[in-house]
Design a protein around this ligand. Sequence first.
Ligand SMILES: Nc1ncnc2c1ncn2[C@@H]1O[C@H](COP(=O)(O)OP(=O)(O)OP(=O)(O)O)[C@@H](O)[C@H]1O
Length: 250
Amino acid sequence: MADKIRVNNLSCFYNGKQVLESLNINVEENEILSIIGPANSGKTTFLRTLNRMNDFDANYSRKGEIYLDDKNIFDMNMEKLRKRVGMLFAMPIPLPMSIYENIIYAPKRLGLLSRKADQDAIVEQALKDASLWNEVKDRLDSSAMKLSGGQQQRLCIARILAINPEVILFDEPCSGLDPISTAKVEESMIELKERYTIVLVTNNVKQASRVGDRTAFFLMGKLIELGKTAELFVAPKNKRTEDYITGRFG
Ligand SMILES: Nc1ncnc2c1ncn2[C@@H]1O[C@H](COP(=O)(O)OP(=O)(O)OP(=O)(O)O)[C@@H](O)[C@H]1O
């Protein structure tokens, strides 16, 4: 499988304190790469660096390079990068407007859509791809704030899909969801990898084992192990990986 993202010697710092140490990681096209590890191991910092979310944080600095399809993301126009690399946060945050308006907000702002028919088509497709269409198709004009937590998270997925990215970053997307909503989001992720490349940060080791094609284990800013999920969970090469996935620490 071709690499969609290549991370070369990435180190990150907050206020000069190192939180990621010389990471070398590849993300293959159309895979789900799960990132697991205890709190403060740098998972979120890594994810946010992949679409330069931390660039405006004055305390943050980094060394190293990240390539998206062989283009250095630090040389790219930020808006173009964010269009290609979308991010979903732990807490779903719909805009205080209708379901329909939530989805076309970003495409409109980016000048991608003008005709109403195109907008309707995008809304329907994005909601179908996020496995939410059947639940909301009869109330597209009602407020997104009235949806349940799990529906709001899938709405946020649909909002990302509407700008047609290539990579989606998921930052603990199910941390506030019940098991049924979690299962629906996981099903969507598995369907989405047919067309997108996905990086998933999760504190839920079982979730990584359910959905990840490959899994990376981070500990205190270092990549300890990266391998096929089935192999890493059955026969981890590193003792610290084994301790973490069997719940002996973290
Ligand atoms: N904006 C920030 N300013 C200063 N320090 C930060 C900032 N964000 C994260 N850190 C620090 O960087 C380190 C790594 O944090 P990060 O959130 O990347 O870890 P994590 O593995 O995602 O943790 P968790 O599972 O708890 O979310 C921590 O020590 C954290 O306190």
